[in-house]
Design a protein around this ligand. Structure first.
Ligand SMILES: Nc1ncnc2c1ncn2[C@@H]1O[C@H](COP(=O)(O)OP(=O)(O)OP(=O)(O)O)[C@@H](O)[C@H]1O
Ligand SMILES: [Mg+2]
Length: 230
């Protein structure tokens, strides 16, 4: 599913080089539910952005779902991303001027899905995350937990092979956090591979595997014993 080999990422800032990922190799199989943990600045978001084809890297290779995506152009990356990857951000990143329904339809607009099918699939995805009402409201009229549900619906609406999330519960209270983790667990049970960054050890206990980062390197990689199920 995901195969990163010897990936190096260097940021150039004002003449200085910062090696954000030193030599990362990571394999994630279909059906896994993986947490990425580690201190602030250890390279978690850098790696997620690379996994999500949102950023490039300097050395190494990346195989996604059997396809070598190491050297894609921006246009090719966008296409693969739209088809294979769902991405959820801490800050939701919804379009404020669009309704909830339109937000969820957006990836299908890019994918060229006809209008009627778009609407049906958007409603089905919203139902999957437990949002049936308020779909004609704009994002500022709903709670943080509801916003993240919308973002997840948008991320799964093209039926991606992998769902990636960078601190999806970072802005949510503990009750809402568990609601979101239940959605991820249900999606994972239904076959979606999930990769998620979290700062909270408690939250990682709902996943199946914990990969720990430190200073741009993988320090640990352990299955979660006695995983918590919601
Ligand atoms: N666009 C950028 N330009 C330059 N340096 C960057 C850039 N993005 C990240 N960095 C640096 O790369 C390193 C890794 O950052 P990254 O955002 O991946 O960390 P993180 O583990 O996600 O941290 P946090 O837990 O705070 O989100 C840090 O030293 C950071 O300052
Ligand atoms: Mg980060």
């Amino acid at each position: 599913m995901i195969d990163l080999k010897n990936v190096v990422k260097i940021y150039q800032t004002g003449g200085e080089e910062l090696i954000a990922l030193k030599n990362i190799s990571l394999h994630i199989d279909k059906g896994e539910f993986t947490s990425i943990m580690g201190p602030s600045g250890s390279g978690k978001s850098t790696m997620m952005n690379i996994l999500g084809l949102l950023d490039r890297f300097d050395e190494g290779t990346y195989l996604l779902n059997g396809q070598d995506v190491t050297h894609l152009t921006d246009k090719e990356s966008a296409k693969v991303r739209n088809k294979e990857i769902g991405f959820v951000f801490q800050s939701f990143n919804l379009m404020p001027r669009m309704t909830i329904l339109e937000n969820v339809e957006l990836p299908m607009v890019y994918a060229g899905v006809p209008r009627k099918e778009r609407r049906e699939r958007a409603i089905a995805a919203l139902e999957q995350v437990g949002l049936k009402d308020r779909v004609n409201h704009r994002p500022n009229a709903i709670s943080g937990g509801q916003k993240q549900r919308v973002a997840i619906a948008r991320a799964i609406v093209n039926q991606p092979v992998v769902l990636m999330a960078d601190e999806p519960t970072g802005n949510l209270d503990s009750k809402t956090t568990l609601e979101i983790m239940k959605i991820f667990q249900d999606l994972n049970d239904a076959g979606t591979t999930v990769v998620m960054v979290t700062h909270e050890p408690d939250v990682a206990q709902y996943t199946k595997r914990i990969v720990s980062f430190k200073d741009g390197e993988i320090l640990g990689d352990e299955p979660v014993k006695n995983r918590k199920k919601l």
